[in-house]
Each structure stands twice: as C-alpha cells, then as structure tokens.
Design a binder for this molecule. Structure first.
Ligand code: HDD
Length: 756
C-alpha cells in the first residue's frame, strides 16, 4: 500500500451526486441512484424550464431546481457580449483617439462595463449580514391533519423543497465565521400553498422580550459608532452596558456565553423557531407549537481558544464546511420536532409562552419528531441565491398562525420592510430564489424591477371585466387568521411573568455539565475583561448573582473583583419552576449518530516517516467517511523510510492544527526528527492537545509527547482517553482511534487555565 494525496473529501467517500454531477434533464439523464428519490420519478419527466406552480413538485428532488433553471445563465462556449447582446471584439482596450490619445465618451462598451461594476454592491443585512445557504428538501413522516392543514404536513412522505441560510448576527458580510454569536437558522419552505419562512436561531431564547428594544440591542452589539470597532464581537463596552441594564437578557447570556455560540459546524447545531406559534387544522381548531431542528450529527462545538485561532486560519470555516460536505454527498440532515401544547396548559406554566426569553423545558412538553430536512445542493451563485434570499416571519401559510408574542409582532413588520431598501423595492418576491412554487396572482402592480408582464385591463377586485379574477377563495383554501379573542385596554406594558428574568437562566446553568459550566464562566470572564468601564462589570456580575451565586462568584474571581451586592429583582417571588434541571439543555444530550464521517484528520509527514502504517490508517479512515490529510513541513513530495514518494496535501503553515478534528503522529525515527526540527510541529501538537482532540502517536513519535511534557496520565491521575500511543498499527489501534475521534473531544483533559 502506498500513501496517496487526499482531496478535500477523499474519492473513496465521495458519492457522485454532488453539485458538479448535476444531471442534465434536457439530455434525458435521470436522477442519480443515490439521490433521495422516493418515487423513482426522473428529472426527464419534468420540464426543468417550466415554472409550473402545479403544486406537485416531483418527489425526491429539489423542486426549486426546475423553476430556477428559467434564470440560470451559463456562458460555456458562448461569445462575450454587452448587456444588449452585442458581441465584443476587444475586451482589453478603451476606445481612444490615437494609441496615445484621450479616451472617447462614445465607448459604450467601457461605460456599460464600468457603470455596472460601480453598482454591483447592495446594502448588507442590518443583522445576520454574513451567512451561507443551501438547497434541500423537507420530508414529512406522517399526516398531521388533526393538528394543522399546512401543506408540508398533510401526507406521509410529502416532500417540500427548502432553501436554508445560516448566519452570524453581529458581524458584517466579510467578517469571520467563528465569532462568539448566535447563529441564524432560516428555512424557506416552498410549499404547494405558498412560501413559509421559519426564521429561527440556534438558540431557543432571545435577548429581549419586545421588538421595541431591537434597534437598541443591535446598536449596542454592533461596532461602536465613533470608531467602528470591534468587528463581529460582543466583547465591548456598549454591548455589556446595555446587557447590564437589561435583566431580561440574563437567560440569553447563559446560552451565548456557552459553547452553543461557537458551533463546530452549521451541520452540528440545533435550530429553534423561538416564539410560540399556532397550528390550525381544517376545522379551525388550534394548538400552540414551538419548532425544533435537531441535527443528525449531534450538537458539537468549538472551544474558545480554537475559535479565535480558526478566525485567522480560515475565516470561512463554517461556510467551507457546509459547502464541502454537500459537494461530497455528505448531506447535512436535521429532524424537525414540534412541542405541541394547548392554551389551557400554557395558562398553567410558571412562565409566559409569549415571552421569547423563556423555553418550555422538553421534560415538560416533549419534542415530537415530525419530519426530516436534508440539504443536498449548493447554490449556483452566492449573490443570486444566498445574498438575495429574503426571509420574513410574515411568510406563513394556511394551517399556521402567530401567537401574541410582542417580539414576533415587530418581526412581522421588520423583515418585509428591510428588504425594500436592501433589495431595492417591493418586488423582491419576484427574485428567483424568493419566488414561490405556488402560483402568484393578485392586483399588485408595477414598482421598481417588476418582472411579471401582467396581461389584461383589470388590476382591481371586484371586477366583471376580468371575469372576477383573480378571485378570493374563502376559508377552504385561503389563509384565515385564527380568531383569538382579544378584549383589553390598549396599554404599553408587560404581563407579570415576563418579569422573572432569572429562574430559567438558573435552569440553563444548572443543567450543564461541569465542563460546560467552566466554559460559560470562561465566556463571561473573557467578554467582561474586555469591558473598560468597571461599573459595567460590577453591574453585570451583580445581575448574575440572581441567576447563580456560583457562576457570579467564579466570574468575579476570574475578573479579580469583589462580589458586588445582587441587583434588585423586578419580581421578588416568581412562580416555582416545573423542573430544576433539564438534561436536554446540555450539548451532551444530542451526541448524534456517532462515527467520524466528515471529520478532518491530520497525518503529519516528513522525510523518513514510516509510510505503510499511515497508508493503512488513511484507507481505514476513508472507509469510515473521514477526511484524512497528509500534512507536511512543506507542500510537495515526502520520501518515506521505505523510499516511497508521497505528496503532502497541506503544510502545517497553511493548514494549522485548529482546522483538524484529530491528529496522527507518524513512526520513523528520521521523520520524527525532521518534524521536531520545525517549530510548527510542537505548536500543532500543543493546539490539538489543548483543544482536547484525539491524538495517536505511532512508534517513535511518542518522543514528541515527552518534548511537550504531555502524558497519558492526567494531573488528577485519570487516564486520558484521547491520547493513544501504539508501537505499531493494528486493527485494534485503528478501532480505538476511530472510537476516540467519534467522541469529538475529551473533556477530562480540559482545564482552566490550560495544562499546556
Ligand atoms: Fe431577525 C434577519 C432571526 C428578532 C429584524 N433574523 C434575521 C435572520 C435570522 C433572524 C435568522 C437572517 C435571515 C437571513 O438569513 O436572511 N431575529 C431572528 C430571531 C429573532 C429575531 C430568531 C428572535 C426570536 N429580528 C428580530 C427582531 C427584529 C428583527 C425583534 C426587528 C424588530 N432580523 C430582522 C431584520 C433582518 C433580520 C432587520 C435583517 C435582514 C433581514 O431581516 O432580512 O429584518
């Protein structure tokens, strides 16, 4: 066996149905056998250029592909033209009066090109500016007709195409992926009965309770207006000033200071609709619902030191991860779950279900699995799809409805409104990525960038000249608001339960493992240590005392300050909570399916390493769906101890340790010496060790451990399960390594401050 250079995803694990292998329906090709085709229908049965709106997207494939073909442009084999379709003879030189003479105004080719370029940018999203998207589908498990008439949930196996955009909140469009931040998790369902946008986050609660405070929150967290710093970070005075004066933020702070705010991958985080919504069935009967997305791969996070270093090593870390997984056919998948409850149950809860700073513990209302979402196609064009996609909480379909959550109410307004300036007018729904599969017919007309060419003389209703069309449908198919009774005085205020800001913050903290608690302490310590005004720090720690004395004490110690008096509570005697602990709130509650698919593993190489064990391991890892890469001192050829020549896939300089999930140190005395001569090696090993990743040392390479002073026995006497040493490679060693990598990281090694 000889070593082979890897690919981003190794050929052995590449199912050939990624983006590049998209079938060409016009050539009569059929769907790849690996695609999730539940009916056996083929693309050739469907006219890809027809925007059918027939309400029956072909099952088992992304039905947005066909409609979007209408606008896909491909210049392969085509001549260069102006926007008017005129062929361009010379794309190198401006038209001039003589070779050394002045440029001529009549050069419409130059002017068109430069003018278009000058206007290429659109405003970025005011929040969630940086994001990554993908196409896919939602598959429903069983008919839910008793609960809702919403189209995606009417039949078992029903497929609804989706487009999903994940994002960070505070950073600008070109900022880093691994900032400590909430992640947006926005899903556009192209249902048969219109588009439904579930615009959620990876955290089930929010910073504030009322939309009135949203501009204040965002102004506080964004770069400070006088000098435009810091970028993509909440660790600065204005955010913590606002936070320390807004006790309702306490629960959310627990989540954003936890590892939830630095996910390992978009593919490994949960999603939540956050607010309470309504499901409404055909008889008009309603239940409350909270939406949950649970990732098949489990919930896994980075650690802070790693997130900071990844920001430099690969600012596109999450974007690249999502893209590469989909290209390789490792389609990310989430299960949609509903927490379903009645108005009567809601009245009994110790918290208010209209308060977006509260969860309903899963131990109180379990999450019922409803269906699964698979993302199986990368966009063709980042701007046209990921940038121009417009999500909106107002986009709901018959069978769903809002609750009276005052945060949601403001959102219903904000999202449509913001697109009008971001996307240049009220016709953004006609942009291909936003346009529904369901037919659109109404009397709205004109406006900037109108695409549709409406026929006929009638643009009003009622009419007789147009035969009364388009006609309103009434209750049978039309959207009907749930007739929730309302009879109260107009008032600006909040219900009493909203004022309990601490019970659920305590619930979250108390439900974490010791390791997770330590990371929350570390999160607060780091962020507050960046605050320059001591009074803000004092006020913040004073507020934390109301959630957890232990947490406040540890944060105060970390900041080298005395414990301040607790802040006065708005509600001194809150109702007793239903549960004191909720295991579902720990990241460890969702370990995922196990295994090491898509995990990136560095095999260090240098001249003189023992090649055969690395080759065996490489094959075994690829067989498990992992992505082993040979990382050298330099790129180029490495000669093994046996004289074989292998190519390094990456160097320790261009792909540092933080970009890998695990590390293999090679055998071979000469190779180990060569590695030791490069300072990158110890840094590589130190980061892998510090970030609690699995490290396998083969033969002579255990010297590297000695050099760094690391040992299989931890200071408290425990054995480190993530540090494997083997004289030679055999099946048992491979199995032990794979099992250890599948653990993601080894918390027993974690220590604050770090051991090394
Ligand atoms: Fe928001 C974008 C999620 C509260 C106003 N929000 C935006 C996106 C997500 C969320 C995922 C990005 C969508 C995309 O990828 O294009 N927002 C949330 C959640 C919230 C929330 C889960 C609380 C539960 N948002 C919220 C409030 C307001 C807004 C209270 C205003 C009153 N959000 C916006 C916005 C954005 C947005 C200004 C910016 C760009 C956009 O809408 O399209 O309208």
């Amino acid at each position: 066996q000889s070593l082979s250079a890897g690919r981003p995803y190794n050929a052995l694990s590449l199912k050939d149905h990624g983006h590049d292998s998209a079938v060409n329906p016009e050539a009569g090709e059929t769907v790849s056998p690996d695609s999730p085709d539940v009916t056996g229908s083929t693309l050739s049965e469907h006219n890809p250029s027809e925007k059918t709106g027939a309400g029956q997207p072909p099952l088992g494939r992304n039905a947005t592909i066909g409609p979007l073909d209408r606008v896909r442009a491909d210049a392969s084999g085509q001549p260069l033209t102006t926007n008017q379709g005129v062929h361009i003879a010379d794309n190198q030189n401006t038209l001039k009066a003589g070779l050394r003479g002045p440029a001529l105004l009549e050069d419409f080719i130059l002017r068109e090109k430069i003018t278009h370029f000058d206007h290429e940018r659109i405003p970025e999203r005011i929040v969630h500016a940086r994001g990554s998207g993908a196409h896919g589908y939602f598959e429903n498990y069983a008919p839910l007709t008793e609960l809702t008439r919403a189209a995606p949930f009417q039949e078992a196996g029903k497929i609804t195409p989706v487009f999903v955009r994940f994002s960070t909140v505070a950073g600008e469009r070109g900022s880093i992926d691994t900032a400590r931040d909430v992640r947006g998790f926005a899903v556009k369902f192209y249902t048969d009965e219109g588009n439904w946008d579930l615009v959620g986050n990876n955290i089930p609660v929010f910073f504030i309770q009322d939309a009135m405070k949203f501009p204040d929150l965002v102004h506080a967290v964004k770069p400070e207006p006088h000098h435009g710093m810091p970028q993509a970070a909440s660790a600065h005075d204005t955010f913590w000033d606002f936070a320390s004066l807004s006790p309702e933020i306490t629960h959310m702070l627990m989540w954003v200071m936890s590892d939830r705010a630095i996910p390992r991958s978009y593919r490994m985080m949960q999603g939540f609709g956050v607010h309470t919504f309504r499901l409404v069935n055909a008889e008009g009967v309603s239940h409350f619902v909270k939406f949950h997305w649970k990732p098949r791969l489990g919930t896994h996070s980075l650690v802070w030191d790693e997130a900071v270093k990844i920001a430099g090593a690969d600012p596109d870390f999450h974007r690249r991860d999502l893209w590469e997984a989909i290209e390789a056919g490792e389609y990310p998948e989430w299960e949609l779950g509903f927490q379903i409850f009645t108005e009567e149950q809601a009245d009994q809860f110790s918290f208010d279900i209209l308060d977006a700073t509260k969860i309903i513990p899963e131990e109180v209302v379990p999450v019922t699995p409803i269906g699964r979402m698979v993302l199986n196609r990368n966009p063709d064009n980042f701007f046209a799809e990921t940038e121009q996609v417009a999500f909106c909480t107002a986009h709901i379909v018959p069978g769903l409805d809002f609750s009276h959550d005052p945060l949601l109410a403001g959102r219903i307004h904000s999202y449509v409104d913001t697109q009008i300036s971001r996307l240049g007018g009220p016709n953004f729904h006609e942009l291909p990525i936003n346009s529904p599969i369901a037919p659109v017919n109404n009397n709205q007309r004109d406006g900037m960038h109108r695409q549709a060419i409406h026929r006929g003389r009638v643009a009003y209703e009622p009419n007789s000249l147009g035969g009364g069309c388009p006609f309103q449908t009434g209750k049978m198919t039309g959207f009907v608001s749930f007739p929730a009774p309302v009879q109260e005085d107009k008032v600006r205020g909040k219900p009493e339960k909203f004022a309990d800001h601490y019970t659920q913050a305590a619930l979250f903290y108390n439900s974490q493992t010791e390791n997770e608690k330590a990371h929350i302490v570390g999160g607060f310590r780091f962020e507050l240590s960046r605050v320059t005004v001591p009074a803000i720090r004092q006020r913040m720690v004073a507020g934390l005392r109301n959630a957890s004395e232990e947490l406040a004490q540890r944060v105060a110690e970390g900041l080298g300050m005395e414990l301040p008096e607790p802040l006065p509570r708005a509600l001194p005697n809150p109702a007793a909570p239903e549960v004191e602990q909720s295991p579902a709130l720990s990241l460890t509650a969702l370990p995922g399916e196990g295994g090491i698919r898509t995990r990136k593993i560095a095999l260090l190489v240098a001249n003189g390493v023992a090649g055969a064990p690395l080759a065996t391991l490489q094959t075994a890892l690829v067989g498990q769906g992992a992505v082993p890469r040979l990382v050298g001192v330099r790129l180029g050829t490495v000669k093994t101890a046996d004289g074989d020549a292998v190519e390094a896939d990456a160097s320790m300089e261009n792909t540092p340790a933080v970009l890998f999930d695990a590390l293999v140190l090679p055998d071979g005395q000469a190779g180990v010496h060569a590695l030791l001569a490069d300072g990158h090696t110890l840094e590589f090993l130190k980061d892998q060790y510090r970030h609690c990743k699995t490290i396998l040392a083969l033969g002579a390479s255990s010297q590297l451990f000695d050099k760094l002073g690391i040992s299989q026995t931890l200071p408290d006497g425990q054995n480190d399960p993530g540090l494997l040493v083997a004289d030679s490679l055999d099946d048992d060693v491979v199995a032990a390594f794979v099992a250890a990598v599948a653990q993601h990281r080894h918390a027993v090694r974690d220590s604050d401050p770090p051991l090394i």
